[in-house]
Write a protein that binds this ligand. Structure first.
Ligand SMILES: NC(=O)c1ccc[n+]([C@@H]2O[C@H](COP(=O)([O-])OP(=O)(O)OC[C@H]3O[C@@H](n4cnc5c(N)ncnc54)[C@H](OP(=O)(O)O)[C@@H]3O)[C@@H](O)[C@H]2O)c1
Length: 321
């Protein structure tokens, strides 16, 4: 039987499952099956994005799961994201409608601004998903749209019933302070090598719900051959994590996810392996000791993986500068 998943209350009043399923880098060829299996395993939150290039296949997996009676639409919590090239206010609703059509649903449960820093619009008929570069190769072309203008357009998505809640991703404290009165939810990279304690303190004190991505740290970035990811001890082989896992008779991956969830933060691990999928979902079925949490937190090294200049040479995109 699938484990019970705790929920976190969003500012919108909605309950968000604290453990969800990540969809980045799930290949198109297997994505519908992976989504179907994730739902069958017991996942209810699915974390997608235009940029992942697999929303159509995600939709196929969801449609099949609903058709087969595994789940009802209202039991799912579907998250998607607005790519920077769609941040001009007039582009927001059209792209959300396209994304919803891909998912074969009529609303998202949560829709996030994927990154701050609006980029010049690229028409979906030219390239979709558009990626970072205006010419599809190397050119970064900014848009003059402000975050507030994009946010207003996102608020109107809620009014139109296209999403139940809205939030931001990859925003840091300075921008969040500016946005506080909009009461967003926040999705950021968070693992023992990038703790960002001050950001966590801020979201806790302001009642913003936070979701951690890439919770296994370097694991997700080895396929890009990032040198700094390859040099680090994989978190699932870290001696501290391993000894805590042995103590609780759990997997190192479950310890890493529990370290996040026990501090009131949501997780969205991605795995195409059915065994890992089930283990990850069961990460809230035990408790770490305070001392375990302290020891893992002490690994903080302020190392970030998911930032544009790790993927391509640029003198323009410094989102976390
Ligand atoms: N907002 C953003 O900008 C942003 C950025 C990055 C990610 N995200 C979201 O966060 C989700 C999770 O982050 P992520 O995909 O970067 O990384 P992650 O979930 O930390 O790690 C995924 C990697 O760990 C492996 N893995 C998963 N569970 C495992 C287990 N129990 N034991 C051993 N290995 C395991 C997976 O391989 P296998 O598939 O082979 O098992 C994959 O290589 C994404 O899928 C996406 O939805 C959002």
């Amino acid at each position: 039987m699938a484990p019970t998943i705790p929920t976190l209350k969003l500012n919108s009043g909605a309950d968000m499952p604290q453990v969800g399923f990540g969809l980045w880098k799930v290949d198109n060829g297997i994505c519908a099956d992976v989504v179907y299996n994730a739902i069958k395993t017991g996942y209810r939150l699915l974390d997608g994005a235009c940029d992942y290039g697999n929303e159509k296949e995600c939709g196929e997996g969801v449609a099949r799961a609903i058709k087969d009676g595994l789940v009802k639409r209202e039991e799912l919590f579907i998250v998607s994201k607005l790519w920077p090239t769609f941040q001009d206010p007039e582009q927001v609703a059209p792209v959300v409608k396209k994304q919803l059509a891909d998912w074969q649903i009529d609303h998202f449960d949560l829709y996030l601004m994927h990154f701050p820093g609006a980029l010049k619009f690229v028409d979906p008929s030219v390239r979709y998903p558009p990626g970072w570069h205006y010419d599809g190769k190397s050119q970064i072309v900014k848009s003059k749209t402000t975050i507030q203008e994009t946010w207003r357009a996102m608020e109107s998505l809620v009014d139109q019933g296209l999403t139940k809640a809205i939030g931001v991703s990859n925003f840091q404290a300075q921008l969040l302070y500016d946005m506080l009165r909009y009461a967003p939810t926040l999705q950021v990279e968070h693992h023992p090598y990038l703790v960002q304690q001050e950001l966590i303190n801020l979201v806790k004190s302001e009642g913003i719900q936070m979701t951690a991505y890439s919770t296994f740290g370097p694991a997700s970035f080895l396929e890009f051959h990032f040198k700094h990811a390859e040099k680090l001890v994989p978190l699932m082989q870290d001696p501290t994590v391993l000894s805590i896992a042995v103590k609780h008779d759990k997997k190192p991956s479950q310890v890493l996810l529990r370290w996040v969830t026990q501090r009131g933060i949501a997780v969205i691990p991605k795995s195409t392996n059915p065994e890992f999928m089930a283990e990850n979902l069961a990460c809230c079925t035990f408790d770490l000791d305070e001392e375990d949490i302290k020891q893992i937190t002490a690994k903080d090294a302020n190392i970030r993986f998911n930032q544009p200049h790790n993927y391509f040479e640029t003198d323009k995109m410094w989102i976390f500068g």
